[in-house]
Design a protein around this ligand. Structure first.
Ligand SMILES: C[S@@+](CC[C@H](N)C(=O)[O-])C[C@H]1O[C@@H](n2cnc3c(N)ncnc32)[C@H](O)[C@@H]1O
Length: 598
């Protein structure tokens, strides 16, 4: 992309770098025209969206190779390494591939289930058995492994059903004998113990049902544009807002460790996308919600084996059906348009792939691209740096061309559509939220689990896992002295007050920098670089002691409570103080005595 940027003629670069939002249709069509006549652009497009260079697709040979490595570690008793290689193989195995007359993916799930069983990860083992059964309901080994895992968990009734089914489906006499022995053992245990069912999910569901009890109003402020308030007083620690994202994307460095849909840490039994090799999910549920190109048919349980009695057919049907989630008609599967094994979703920066998700969702909801991708969000295109303007133009053209080539030939990149996308990209820069999750670094806690009483705060670390657009959440303005705090549980945004907020006051989160943690100049610089605005919050407009203290040391005269500032900082603060004293709006309580400060 840098190479392409470097050969754009200077006159086109200049008009783009000096453009305002009103010039966009013309600057976009000029750049598009130039791109279409430039061989390097077509070469880049071929690499990003062409099927012959696709590296993100499934790969049977590589999957078989990883499977062999997994088998070799299993035989040696190194079950953790076996699990690792089976997971790698699952990511690459084509969903309908056959290996030794069996479905390769189902075989890999059963092999991984066996490793999990050996590692005493019984709940995960059960989940892998279910995945194998959904793909191949007549797979005797999957029922057998499910049976022994259920027996070990004390789910005796389920174990008996599983093993009976396995015994009927098992073709070899020695295999049948093996299953019979296991079944007898389970029956004996059943006689001695009462049965209890361990839930197969096995992962605690976070309590995210709390709903805010107040309505937020949009108000227009003179210095910050739109903002949010309420008509009631808000006590400290009150939930003021919750919201699901319009679109969301995982950051590249967390692709192998966090679920690409719900952003939770991945369990050991990861679920890969059935149709390409990039996304991995924590569960079947998340994988189905994110969506791939592949649509699975639900197998009919009574088509499996004629001699299976009715009560076992019912058991099979239950196993197959509990594995699927219900999606409502309006649900947008955000990975679907990216799932062709082509390279662009893996290679382009996350905010550009996020723009693609927004674009496709807008089309999904409105069934047309035109005039629909304009979200009602602030953008600062006019204040954007010249380099960013050029970059937004190039990425908008590249993204639309990739979508046209790999997803929908009906998409016609033209000046107007590209201009909308440029604005959307600059809206993402200004409005997207960094999705931060807390990670326990306590080595005794397995991923996705928490210790009784929760890990101590000293072992918690903030991880920026993804980026998301929340349509209402993006109306919260920034303050370096915020009164509300935003946090995330899975995909849901929660906003909670951090102090008492009187009715009518604007609710403001911190976009990052805060008084007391960052010095004034650094805060302003950061906000300017990341969001292209000059901060007008109270913490920046009024003088506050902690800004001074961060850059100061105590006066040598013990009787003086003042502080000494480095000369540059002192001049800067003096200027601010003079501006403040001449401003009629300054609250007297905020004015500091000059002799005290300097
Ligand atoms: C996420 S949006 C917030 C909603 C926005 N005010 C609107 O009208 O849609 C971020 C933009 O709001 C404005 N903004 C937010 N906080 C601000 C602040 N403390 N000082 C100045 N402008 C601010 C800036 O234009 C910034 O780019």
């Amino acid at each position: 992309m840098e190479k392409l940027k470097s050969i754009i003629p200077d006159r086109i670069k200049r008009t783009i770098e000096e453009s305002g939002p009103e010039d966009l249709p013309s600057t976009c069509s000029t750049l598009l025209h130039w791109c279409l006549q430039t061989p390097l652009f077509h070469k880049i497009l071929g690499e990003l969206a062409g099927s012959d260079t696709a590296l993100c697709g499934k790969n049977m040979e590589a999957a078989l190779d990883f499977k062999r490595q997994g088998n070799s570690f299993f035989t040696k008793g190194d079950y953790a390494s076996a699990l690792h290689f089976y997971s790698k193989a699952l990511r690459l195995a084509p969903i309908d591939a056959q290996d030794m007359e069996k479905n390769l993916v189902a075989t890999l799930y059963v092999n991984r289930a066996s490793s999990l069983y050996k590692m005493d990860r019984l709940v995960e083992c059960l989940r892998d058995c279910n995945r194998a059964i959904v793909i191949s309901p007549s797979y005797a080994k999957a029922w057998y492994r499910r049976g022994v895992a259920n027996a070990a968990l004390g789910n005796n009734h389920h174990a008996t059903c599983d093993l009976k089914i396995s015994g009927i489906l098992e073709p070899s006499p020695s295999g049948k004998g093996h299953v019979e022995r296991e079944l007898k053992e389970t029956r004996d245990k059943c006689r001695n113990k009462s049965s209890s069912v361990v839930h197969q999910d096995g992962r605690s569901q976070s309590c995210i049902d709390e709903k805010p009890k107040m309505k937020l109003n949009i108000v227009h402020t003179p210095t910050k544009g739109r903002g949010l308030t309420t008509e009631v007083d808000i006590p400290e620690a009150t939930l003021v807002h919750t919201e699901q994202p319009y679109a969301m994307i995982i950051l590249k460095r967390f692709r192998d460790t966090y679920c690409h849909y719900c952003f939770k840490e991945l369990p050991v039994d990861v679920n890969p996308c059935p149709s390409c090799s990039i996304p991995v999910y924590c569960s079947q549920d998340c994988q189905l919600r994110a969506g791939g190109m592949f649509e699975r048919n639900i197998p009919k349980s009574n088509s499996i084996h004629k001699s299976i009695p009715d009560e076992l057919q019912k058991h099979i049907a239950e196993v197959i059906v509990t594995d699927r989630c219900k999606l409502d008609d309006n649900h947008f599967a955000e990975h679907r348009h990216e799932c062709k094994g082509v390279n662009w979703p893996a290679v382009l920066p996350p905010d550009i792939v996020l723009a693609g998700r927004i674009l496709c969702k807008a089309k999904h909801l409105a069934d047309s691209f035109e005039h629909q991708i304009a979200l009602d969000l602030a953008h600062n295109y006019a204040q954007t740096t010249p380099e960013d303007k050029l970059e937004f133009h190039i990425y908008a053209i590249v993204l639309l061309s990739c979508l046209q080539q790999s997803h929908d030939p009906k998409i016609q990149p033209d000046g107007v559509l590209i201009a909308q996308l440029v604005i959307l990209i600059s809206q993402i820069k200004v409005n997207s939220m960094a999705v931060v999750h807390m990670k326990s670094t306590d080595i005794n806690v397995a991923p996705g689990e928490s210790r009784a009483g929760g890990p101590s705060s000293s072992t918690l670390e903030q991880i920026r896992v993804g980026q998301a657009i929340y349509l209402s959440g993006s109306l919260f303005n920034h303050s370096c002295q915020p009164n509300v705090h935003a946090y995330f549980i899975s995909r849901t945004l929660f906003v909670r007050s951090t102090k008492f907020v009187a009715a009518g006051c604007t609710l403001e989160i911190s976009y990052g920098p805060q008084v007391g943690q960052w010095d004034l100049k650094d805060r302003q610089q950061r906000l300017h670089n990341d969001y292209s605005f000059e901060c007008q919050c109270e913490g920046c407009v009024d003088l506050n002691l902690s800004d001074l203290v961060l850059n100061a040391f105590g006066c040598a005269d013990r009787s003086c409570s003042g502080v000494v500032l480095e000369i540059g900082a002192a001049e800067y603060e003096k200027k601010r103080l003079r501006a403040l004293q001449s401003s009629p709006n300054t609250s007297p309580s905020k004015q500091l005595q000059q002799h005290q400060v300097f």
